[in-house]
Design a protein around this ligand. Structure first.
Ligand SMILES: Cc1ncc(COP(=O)(O)O)c(C=O)c1O
Length: 355
């Protein structure tokens, strides 16, 4: 979370804008929360340049919830193509088996989830309900830098992306997307809110077994208030959207500014790792994530000492996911360039002390 956002939330905690109430105490149907929700939606639409024929839904259930909710709404019980590029898309495919017929269109499992299968080689199904792609694999550190044009690949299916871990870090090419979903807790706000951006024509086709609260039509028709929405998380996300709108890098503003900053942060870290004989990143250069940088010490017996020293230097949460091992630096939007500089400096010093 950006510190400015946390400070603003703290200042407004007991009394939101003279209302005499904390946001946590408001009725979600009251005027005050209505204004918060409306502003959050409008700001997000502007930031991400979401076209008018897409609906923005504020839901609950997280990314894993959407692994069920998307097939319940979009699959019509038919074939869905999955591109597996790491742990999260693997989980999406597994969950979808309950509701549709998943086809494994491509996988990078053979190379240990370190490359992005070339879209030209994807085995897409004619008439598939949609194609699922995780546009940033948080654990494996793989990012799709250009969304595929499915039409050019001979598929009429809409593309569904799980953009949980890089939403708002770069622009989205909506002309190539049918639906995007993501948990808020990386770049948008605290956990508890799930964002869904869905093309209007994909709404209204849920399977009969789909719970009403998860039917995109019910959610859209009720402006994300069919059931009580995660009000405080929406408020915090709204503050984050305003913070994002204020960001500048030279002449760039908002998401474009964030992207420039994220490119610089990632380049600093990857360049350092690539030049080192001590550390290594195994992901193909063309699909390295700007948000999640997994790396290894070539001598893994030094892992514990590396982590202990990092903690002492105030550099936290660097241990890699258990399925991958090694280290992982998650450098989301709120991490400033100075944070990455501090990490690189620590890595350099640690290497020197080990010589
Ligand atoms: C890409 C991706 N998808 C899905 C999830 C699961 O999200 P949640 O914990 O909100 O269900 C995560 C969580 O880290 C993720 O990074």
């Amino acid at each position: 979370m950006p510190a400015e956002v946390l400070e603003q939330a703290a200042a407004e905690m007991l009394d939101w804008h003279g209302s005499g109430m904390s946001v946590m105490e408001m009725s979600h149907r009251g005027q005050e929360f209505g204004r918060i929700l409306e502003a959050a939606e409008a700001d997000l639409r502007e930031l991400l340049a979401v076209p008018g024929h897409f609906r923005i839904l504020f839901m609950q259930g997280g990314g894993l919830g959407e692994n069920a909710i998307v097939p319940l709404n979009l699959s019509r019980g038919q074939v869905v193509d999955f591109v597996v590029t790491g742990s999260w898309s693997q989980k999406s495919l597994k969950e979808a088996r309950r509701y549709c017929q998943p086809n494994l269109a491509a996988s990078n499992e053979a190379d240990g989830h370190t490359t992005l299968p070339d879209p030209a080689g994807w085995q897409l199904t004619r008439g598939a309900s949609y194609v699922h792609l995780c546009s940033n694999e948080t654990i494996n550190g793989i990012e799709v830098h250009e969304l595929p044009d499915l039409r050019a690949l001979g598929s009429d299916a809409p593309l569904v992306i799980d953009f949980s871990s890089h939403v708002a870090s770069r622009p989205v090419d909506w002309s190539r997307v049918g639906l995007a979903f993501g948990g808020a807790q990386k770049n948008l706000g605290p956990a508890g809110l799930t964002l869904v951006v869905v093309r209007e024509d994909l709404i209204g086709h849920a399977l009969a077994i789909c719970p009403s609260a998860f039917d995109y039509k019910t959610v859209a028709d009720n402006r994300s208030m069919y059931n009580t929405p995660p009000t405080y998380a929406i408020y915090m996300a709204g503050l984050t959207f305003q913070w994002l709108k204020r960001q500048t890098e030279g002449a760039l503003r908002g998401i474009a500014a964030m992207e420039a900053r994220n490119v610089a942060k990632a380049a600093l870290l990857y360049d350092f790792i690539d030049r080192s004989q001590f550390y290594v990143n195994k992901v193909a250069a063309s699909c390295r994530s700007r948000m999640n940088v997994p790396f290894f010490l070539r001598d893994e017996s030094r892992n514990e000492a590396f982590l202990a020293g990092a903690k002492a230097a105030g550099l936290l949460q660097l241990k890699g996911h258990k399925s991958v091992g090694g280290m992982r630096a998650s450098i989301y939007n709120a991490m400033p360039l100075e944070g990455v500089q501090a990490l690189v400096e620590y890595m350099r010093q640690f290497e020197q002390t080990q010589a």
